[in-house]
Write a protein that binds this ligand. Structure first.
Ligand SMILES: NC(=O)c1ccc[n+]([C@@H]2O[C@H](COP(=O)([O-])OP(=O)(O)OC[C@H]3O[C@@H](n4cnc5c(N)ncnc54)[C@H](O)[C@@H]3O)[C@@H](O)[C@H]2O)c1
Length: 260
């Protein structure tokens, strides 16, 4: 197959959680540019609708669904809506996630913050992967891409103390490995993206704060934060036939942080 043809997603259907902003928006744009029909899910209905409208404006096909990934009934509803509108699901991005509401050492860390982060970053990924696999398993074909983080591979306290984020992203990393093994014989590839610092709306607009950007740029060997669009190639590689023999990979896209 011609190498550029390997990246062609014409006719495929991609579901993306957290598609209303940041990396999820970029995943939606990348999937649509490669020819996929896109289901844009977000807890904020207007954000999901904005992304879907953007895809439609590009000449693509999109469906917006309001979905809170912490609610298993809503995640089931999301995949049911994808099936009803587009007939199948080929690619699923379990991407919705939040940072710790407040960076704190663990002895000061409130239980409610812990539970919130775990519900979105961990249970949300579990529900999303499970619903995707319920569709992909019978047809013996599919691609799952979980958004983990470089902080799933190393402790973040060298920059800031975010224990729940570290714990949940570590869990996403190892769940990805486990699912890769479970579904390798069934032609379903399960991989994760481990981003470094990308300019998005995460953590209440931390990237609007010059002090934050300076701190994380100084930590990053490439000396800058990434623009959100720089995730698109990584996403397309993992969503397409270009990664047909790749499963259980933590694809680190971090300007060199994890090389330190
Ligand atoms: N931006 C970074 O530097 C960075 C680095 C590593 C990993 N990540 C991960 O990337 C993913 C996307 O984050 P982002 O940086 O694009 O942030 P973002 O805040 O710009 O986008 C996250 C989106 O998820 C949605 N969302 C939040 N809670 C939800 C829920 N319960 N159900 C459904 N949708 C929900 C938000 O409304 C928002 O549209 C997250 O998993 C995050 O942990 C981001």
């Amino acid at each position: 197959m011609h190498v550029l043809k390997m990246f062609d997603l014409t006719g495929q259907v991609a579901v993306i959680t957290g598609a209303g902003s940041g990396l999820g928006f970029q995943f939606a744009e990348a999937m649509a540019e490669a020819g996929a029909r896109v289901v844009c899910a977000d807890i904020v209905a207007e954000s999901a609708e904005k992304t879907a409208a953007h895809v439609t404006q590009m000449g693509g096909e999109a469906l917006a669904v309001r979905c809170d990934v912490t609610r298993e009934d809503e995640v089931a509803g999301l995949f049911a809506a994808a099936l009803e509108t587009f007939g199948t699901v080929d690619i699923a991005f379990a991407n919705a996630g939040i940072g710790d509401p407040q960076p704190l050492l663990l002895h000061e860390y409130p239980t409610e913050n812990w539970e919130k982060v775990v519900a979105i970053n961990m249970a949300g990924v579990f529900y999303t992967c499970r619903e995707a696999l319920r569709i992909m398993f019978p047809k013996k074909r599919g691609k799952i891409i979980n958004t983990a983080s470089m902080w799933g591979l190393a402790g973040p306290s060298s920059v800031f103390p975010i224990p729940a984020y570290a714990a949940t992203k570590g869990a996403v990393v190892n769940l990805t490995r486990e699912l890769a093994l479970q579904y390798a014989p069934h032609n379903i590839q399960v991989n994760a993206i481990c981003p470094g610092f990308f300019r998005t709306r995460i953590s209440d607009g931390a990237y609007d704060d010059n002090g934050f950007v300076e701190t994380v740029s100084a930590f990053t060997p490439m000396g800058r934060v990434a623009e959100a669009a720089e995730i698109k190639g990584t996403a397309l590689y993992l969503a397409s036939a270009a990664s047909s023999f790749t499963t259980g990979l933590m694809l680190v896209t971090d300007g060199g942080c994890m090389a330190k």
